[in-house]
Unconditional design. Structure first.
Length: 142
């Protein structure tokens, strides 16, 4: 099967639309989780840690250096930016990830439970349909 034909079947089945909807919903859900973490979880952590903003926590590896000039205006020491390990922002992103992972786990678990229920329920075939299937099978044997 050619690539173009296979892609056309894929796109027309609705899978592409499902993926697009999933991306949009995922982006919106990510924004909700980030806001939840920043506005609901972070203040609680701030209260527990004595009012400190958890998101601003960092380890300074190299302090900033201001530019130094001599009286003639020549630069003696160039300015340098501060170099940090912003572990508070990382931990906040990690909390976001854990919330998203937990919600996805619960959703997939619920979907799998529903699928299992559908598989467990026997589909009843009427006696007429059963008879027609037996006739079809007998005819296909010949």
């Amino acid at each position: 099967m050619g690539f173009i034909k296979e892609f056309k079947q894929f796109a027309l089945k609705g899978n592409l639309v499902d993926i697009a909807v999933a991306f949009v919903m995922g982006g919106a859900f990510g924004k909700v989780v980030s806001t939840f973490t920043d506005k609901m979880i972070a203040p609680i952590i701030g209260v527990l840690t004595g009012g400190q903003n958890f998101n601003d926590k960092k380890v300074v590896l190299k302090h900033a250096v201001e530019e130094v000039r001599d009286p003639s205006g020549a630069v003696i020491t160039a300015a340098g930016k501060e170099v940090n390990l912003e572990w508070g922002a990382f931990v906040t992103a990690l909390i976001d990830f854990l919330i998203v992972a937990m919600v996805m786990f619960v959703v997939i678990k619920a979907i799998n439970a529903l699928k299992k229920k559908e598989e467990d329920t026997p589909t009843s075939i009427s006696s007429t349909d059963q008879l027609l299937m037996e006739i079809r099978d007998k005819l296909s044997e010949k």
